[in-house]
Design a protein around this ligand. Structure first.
Ligand SMILES: [Ca+2]
Length: 312
């Protein structure tokens, strides 16, 4: 039976690929709706980009909701330096014609979790955790109804990308992240430690382009755009596909390995705000609250992604 999910996202080229992978896999994944959050770019753009991606996947019927336009307690930090002015720079994609849903994204999350049988809906956050934390805060009754959360965020061995200590999604709203990590919901975390191993090398990007369909071409162009940032910063072999690791984990968990450990979020120190303090080595007696992924079969990941994008 297909896993029923809500994607909470701030597209973002890598969010776009994560969404495409989910929509290309209807046998295994049923997307109940997509909630946009402010993150890589402001909310108006993430809500627009999410719809562009649905139309690219041939799914203008998908429900897309706008959620929170700023973090719980701080000003929004964005990442146009990585993703470009629109958040989806690279391919030349048409403005969306599908409408944004009238309801607020947080209300959609709350109402869906209340309406569906308990333990059947998975949350897949791909951006700052503002929408999820707001839903949990406003409707504590939904927390125990979540089947599990599989999210992209944080880092331990790779430490930080937006500051020396913090990964972007967690850094943007650490108070939200602390609430979500402490909620007691089964949690799988795809941190930079693994996403930095999902690199789009030239042969892998050529494979996307060679698919010859709109999705494959758009993904190749998105990757071309945002790899210049990582190449300059890390000198790596290509852009890391952060968010698609979440969708790939749903489809093929055996491609990934990690440890069930305690992960806490730093919210106080100005120096390390948003740091994911992951007890990878088990040096505390703090209770495990997350499966923290550390490695993946990158070739398996890219063959899965390429094979699925071909279906769009
Ligand atoms: Ca994202």
């Amino acid at each position: 039976m297909a896993e029923r999910i809500i994607i909470d996202t701030d597209p973002g080229q890598d969010d776009a690929v994560a969404i495409l992978l989910a929509l290309a896999s209807p046998d295994e994944i049923e997307v109940l709706g997509i909630t946009a959050v402010a993150g890589n770019v402001p909310l108006a753009l993430t809500a627009r980009n999410a719809r562009i991606v649905c139309e690219l996947a041939g799914r203008p019927d998908m429900k897309v909701f706008a959620g929170c336009d700023r973090p719980l307690r701080h000003d929004l930090v964005t990442a146009e330096h990585v993703h470009g002015k629109t958040g989806l720079d690279g391919p030349d994609l048409p403005e969306p014609t599908m409408e944004l849903q009238a309801a607020h994204g947080v209300d959609f999350i709350i109402e869906t979790l209340r309406a569906e049988p308990a333990g059947t809906v998975t949350l897949c956050p791909l951006g700052p955790l503002t929408n999820i934390a707001t839903a949990f805060e406003r409707a504590p009754d939904i927390v125990s109804r979540v089947k599990r959360m599989v999210l992209m965020g944080g880092a331990y061995f790779e430490v930080g990308n937006i500051t020396p200590a913090a990964e972007f999604n967690i850094y943007v709203d650490p108070e939200a992240a602390a609430l979500v990590f402490g909620a007691g919901v089964p949690l799988v975390v795809l941190p930079l430690d693994v996403t930095h191993k999902a690199l789009v090398t030239k042969p892998r990007n050529d494979a996307f382009r060679a698919l010859g369909n709109r999705a494959g071409t758009a993904v190749a162009q998105m990757t071309d755009f945002f790899e210049r940032f990582d190449l300059a910063k890390y000198g790596s072999d290509g852009a890391p596909l952060h968010d698609p690791c979440v969708t790939a984990y749903l489809l093929r968990p055996e491609l990934f390995s990690g440890r069930h450990i305690n992960v806490e979020i730093e919210t106080v120190s100005p120096l390390t705000r948003g740091m994911t303090v992951a007890d990878w080595w088990g040096v505390t007696d703090r209770a495990p609250n997350a499966t923290f992924i550390g490695d993946l079969d990158a070739d398996g990941f890219f063959s899965l992604l390429t094979e699925r994008l071909a279906r769009l």
